[in-house]
Ligand binder design. Structure first.
Ligand code: SPV
Ligand code: MG
Length: 430
C-alpha cells in the first residue's frame, strides 16, 4: 500500500478539508502532519485549538491512519523521515511564498521517486462562517490570552496603533506578502497620544479612563487581534486596581504603565518639559497592587521606564527595570527619544545579562531606521509603531481641506480621496 502524506495548519475543519482528506486516503495509507502552534503563529493567526487537541481531532477522522507533528513550514525534514510515495495538497499553493514550499516538496520527493498530487481546492467559506470565527476570536477570554501565547511562539511581535474603529480595521486587515509568508500586525496599541489627539486634547491624562474604555470598545467591536493599552501612569494606585480589573474583563491583553508622577506629559518632549519620575518604591507598589487585583494569568502589566527619556542614565534605567520585574511586572518597556538606537540597544544587552526572559518592549519612533529583525536580535520582543496611522491621516486630511478652500469646490481634491464605492465597501454591512 502506498504511503500518503498531507499537512494541515487549520484548526477549523470544513467540507473542503474533509473532501481532500477523503481523496488522499483513497490513494493509500494516509499520515496527517499537524503544524505546531509556533509555526502557525509565524505565518497566520495564533491557533484557537492547541496542538494536542488538533492532533486528537485529526486522529478521529475516518481515513487518517497516523498523525505526526510537523515542526517547520517547509516539508523537507518530515518527508525525509517518512519517505512517503505521495504528498497531497490543494492546488491553491502555486503562488507567493507557498510556491517556494511547494517546490521544496517536489525536490525532496524526487529523491525516492515520490510524487505530488494536487486536488482542486473546493471550499469558499460563507460570510457566516467567517463572521462566526471572528466572533469566537474576539470573545474576551480568547482575545486576552493571545498576547502571552504569541510571545511564547514569536521572537518579536509587530504592533500598530489604532485610535478608533476605522484604524482598528486597518490594523486588523492589512496584510503584505513577503518571501517568508504573509505579514500582518500581531496586536493593536491604543496610544494615549493618539487617543487624546483625535479628540483635540493634550496627552496629559486629561482623557479619562471612561473615555479610553469607549475607544477600546469601539476598536474591539470590529477587530480580533490582542490589544495593548497605553495606561499612562496608571493614575492613583487606588484607581489603578479598579481600572485594571475592567481592562482584564473586557479582554485587553496588557496595560503598559510608565514610572512618572504628577502631571504626565508625552515622552517625545524629552527634557524640554518638566517631568517627575516616580520613586522605585512607589512604582513597585503600584505594580504589586495591580498584579494582586487580577483574576487571570493572561493579563500582563508591563512597566515602562522613562529614565533614558529624562536623562537619568543607563544605570538608573537598569536598576529600575530589574526592580519592576521583581515587583511582578510581566514585561518592561524601555523608551528613548534619541535619533539613533544605540542607547536602547545597550540597555537591552545589559538587561539581558541580568534577565534572559522578561519581554522587552520598544517604541522606535525617533530611532526609526532600525528594523524589527535588528531590534529583535538585541532582545526586544514587542515593537510598537505608536502613532503612525494618526500622523499619516492628519496631513492627508489637511491637504484636502486646503485644496477645497483654495478652489471653492471639491473637484481638485477628488484624486486625494478614496472613491465613494470603496469607502462604502470598507465596512461590512452586518
Ligand atoms: C503613546 O503612544 O501615547 C506613547 C508612546 O506613550 S510615546 O508617544 O512615544 O510616548
Ligand atoms: Mg502615551
Amino acid at each position: 500500500m502506498k504511503k500518503v502524506y498531507m499537512c494541515f495548519s487549520t484548526d477549523i475543519l470544513h467540507s473542503g478539508h474533509m473532501n481532500i482528506i477523503r481523496k488522499a486516503s483513497e490513494l493509500g495509507e494516509l499520515t496527517v502532519g499537524v503544524l505546531t502552534d509556533e509555526v502557525i503563529a509565524s505565518f497566520k493567526r495564533y491557533p484557537l485549538i492547541p496542538l494536542e487537541e488538533r492532533i486528537q481531532m485529526y486522529q478521529s477522522i475516518k481515513g487518517v491512519s497516523n498523525v505526526v507533528v510537523q515542526d517547520t513550514l517547509e516539508y523537507d525534514n518530515i518527508l525525509n523521515k517518512l519517505r512517503p510515495d505521495i504528498v497531497v495538497h490543494g492546488d491553491d499553493w502555486r503562488t507567493g511564498y507557498q510556491a517556494r514550499i511547494r517546490e521544496g516538496v517536489i525536490r525532496t520527493l524526487e529523491k525516492w521517486g515520490g510524487k505530488l498530487v494536487e486536488f482542486p481546492y473546493t471550499y469558499t467559506p460563507t460570510e457566516e462562517t467567517l463572521s462566526s470565527l471572528d466572533q469566537l476570536l474576539c470573545m474576551p477570554e480568547n482575545r486576552r490570552s493571545r498576547l502571552k501565547k504569541l510571545l511564547q511562539y514569536k521572537p518579536c511581535l509587530s504592533v500598530m496603533e489604532a485610535h478608533n474603529g476605522l484604524t482598528g480595521l486597518i490594523v486588523e486587515r492589512t496584510k503584505v506578502e513577503t518571501e517568508e509568508g504573509i505579514k500582518q500586525f500581531d496586536a493593536i496599541w491604543v496610544s494615549s497620544l493618539c487617543d487624546s489627539t483625535v479628540k483635540g486634547k493634550p496627552d496629559i491624562e486629561l482623557v479619562d479612563m471612561t473615555s479610553r474604555i469607549g475607544t477600546l470598545e469601539e476598536i474591539m467591536e470590529v477587530t480580533t487581534k490582542p490589544i495593548i493599552l497605553d495606561g499612562d501612569t496608571g493614575g492613583l494606585t487606588e484607581h489603578f486596581v479598579f481600572n485594571i480589573k475592567t481592562l482584564e474583563r473586557i479582554g485587553v491583553s496588557a496595560v503598559i504603565i510608565e514610572d512618572k508622577t504628577g502631571l504626565k506629559k508625552n515622552s517625545l518632549y524629552g527634557t524640554n518639559v518638566y517631568q517627575e519620575q516616580e520613586t522605585i518604591e512607589n512604582f513597585c507598589e503600584k505594580i504589586r497592587a495591580g498584579k494582586n487585583s487580577l483574576k487571570t494569568r493572561d493579563f500582563m502589566i508591563i512597566a515602562r521606564c522613562e529614565s533614558l527619556i529624562l536623562n537619568k542614565g543607563m544605570e538608573d534605567a537598569l536598576e529600575r527595570c530589574i526592580a519592576y520585574v521583581g515587583a511582578g511586572a510581566d514585561g518592561i518597556m524601555i523608551h528613548s527619544c534619541k535619533k539613533g538606537p544605540d542607547e536602547v540597544l545597550e540597555f537591552c544587552r545589559r538587561f539581558r545579562e541580568a534577565d534572559k526572559t522578561t519581554p522587552i518592549v520598544a517604541v522606535p519612533t525617533t530611532y526609526n531606521s532600525i528594523t524589527e529583525e535588528e531590534i529583535a536580535a538585541a532582545g526586544v520582543n514587542i515593537v510598537i509603531y505608536a502613532n503612525h496611522l494618526l500622523r499619516s491621516a492628519f496631513p492627508a486630511m489637511q491637504r484636502v481641506a486646503e485644496t477645497i478652500l483654495k478652489h471653492s469646490r471639491s473637484l481638485e481634491a477628488d484624486s486625494y480621496c478614496m472613491p465613494i464605492r470603496s469607502i462604502i465597501d470598507l465596512i461590512p454591512s452586518e
